[in-house]
Write a protein that binds this ligand. Structure first.
Ligand code: PLP
Length: 355
């Protein structure tokens, strides 16, 4: 149990219009902070007014990217309560990222308590409109003022929050994706399974090029064989081929998404045959051309599910689900959002109330 010191904001900010929110630009009144120092461990957990902090330019995170983060949301239910979705999964994944990046772990209970403390302080910021939510960004940065290449001796754990608008204000729109065959996002033995900033830095160029060509995102291939599908943009990816669901297995270069895990659990419960295995781009395009690729979609906290309507590799273009959202994709979206926003029962015990 953390003993969290609370310093309330002197002047609460006016709430933004939920219809014009731009993702990740507007932050709430408070933030959670906790420091780590070698020999002392994690200390001084606190909720303070949101604001800038001073860092020396020699701060390690700026140079060697020893940093990890999480992404999760708080949802407003129809009866006005606020809830989180599987927050212990984020806590456990953050610690897995920490181990890879030589960052000291945070007990899962403390992580969840920290998230709840800041969300509770900023409850009025959790928007009410259907499809809107409060995005929560927990992260840890290395704070030693040193250019020596070694694990930092001091760290800052912070949780900041921003209200976000509906991801699909005009209904679920299928996206166009192409297979990226120059850049790779991650390799086995690297950091692909962690949520670290460096993975994102390496993926920006491919995303920019995709956008220039009128695509929403890229389909990443594995970095060794340049053959097997790994993820779509910064989402996990799933395919319905005939009556079987196929998704890339977690080989170390794929991020273990909580939405991915939840979708797989739901579909197994619904009686689908679900395979986690290697899928080559060749196999996928062959299935598409044979007419058996019925649905394709990405999964992640921001979009929940994102239907894929068109796949391209070089000059080969294949339409999926007639460019519309598939039935199973829609069912996953409806079920998960129903549980998250509390409009449907939660038979799995996935939601966690914030008092
Ligand atoms: C966060 C993330 C995902 C999705 O994970 P969720 O827990 O479902 O939000 C997928 N791929 C990458 C690269 C990610 O960073």
């Amino acid at each position: 149990m953390l003993d969290i010191k609370f310093t309330p904001a002197a002047a609460p900010k006016p709430l933004p219009d939920p219809d014009t929110l731009v993702f990740g630009r507007t932050f709430t009144d408070h933030m959670f902070l906790m420091n780590y120092d070698a020999g002392q461990g994690w200390h001084d957990p606190r909720v303070e007014p949101y604001g800038p902090l001073p860092f020396e330019l020699s701060c390690m995170v700026f140079h060697y990217a020893q940093e990890i983060f999480e992404g999760m949301k708080a949802y407003r239910t129809p009866d006005g309560k606020v809830q989180l979705f599987r927050p212990y999964e984020n806590a456990s994944r953050m610690n897995s990222s920490c181990r890879r990046m030589c960052i000291p772990e945070i007990p899962e209970e403390d992580f969840v308590q920290a998230v709840k403390a800041v969300v509770s302080a900023d409850k009025r910021w959790v928007p009410e409109k259907m499809g809107t939510s409060l995005y929560i960004r927990p992260f840890i940065i290395a704070t030693d003022s040193s250019l020596g290449v070694h694990a930092s001796h001091s760290y800052l754990f912070a949780v900041i929050c921003c209200p976000v608008g509906a991801y699909y204000p005009e209904g679920l729109n299928p996206v166009k994706i192409y297979v990226e065959d120059e850049d790779v996002r991650a390799v086995k033995g690297g950091t692909g399974f962690t949520k670290c900033g460096g993975n994102y830095a390496a993926s920006i160029r491919a995303g920019e090029r995709a956008e220039e060509q009128g695509y929403s995102q890229v389909l990443w291939l594995d970095g060794v064989h340049r053959k097997y599908i790994e993820e779509v943009g910064s989402m996990n990816v799933m395919f319905k081929v005939g009556n079987t669901i196929i998704t890339p297995e977690l080989t170390g270069s794929v991020l273990p998404g909580i939405t991915r895990k939840s979708c797989l659990e739901l579909m197994r419960d619904w009686g689908f045959s679900v395979e986690e295995r290697l899928i080559s781009a060749r196999e996928l395009f062959d299935a598409a051309q044979a007419g058996s690729l019925e649905e394709a979609w990405g999964t992640g906290t921001a979009a929940v599910v994102s239907p894929i309507g068109l796949l391209a590799q070089g000059d080969t273009k294949v339409e999926v689900s007639g460019g519309r959202i598939g039935r199973l994709t829609q069912r996953l979206y409806d079920t998960l959002t129903g549980i998250q926003w509390g409009t449907e029962p939660d038979p799995y015990g996935w939601v966690e109330p914030v008092e």
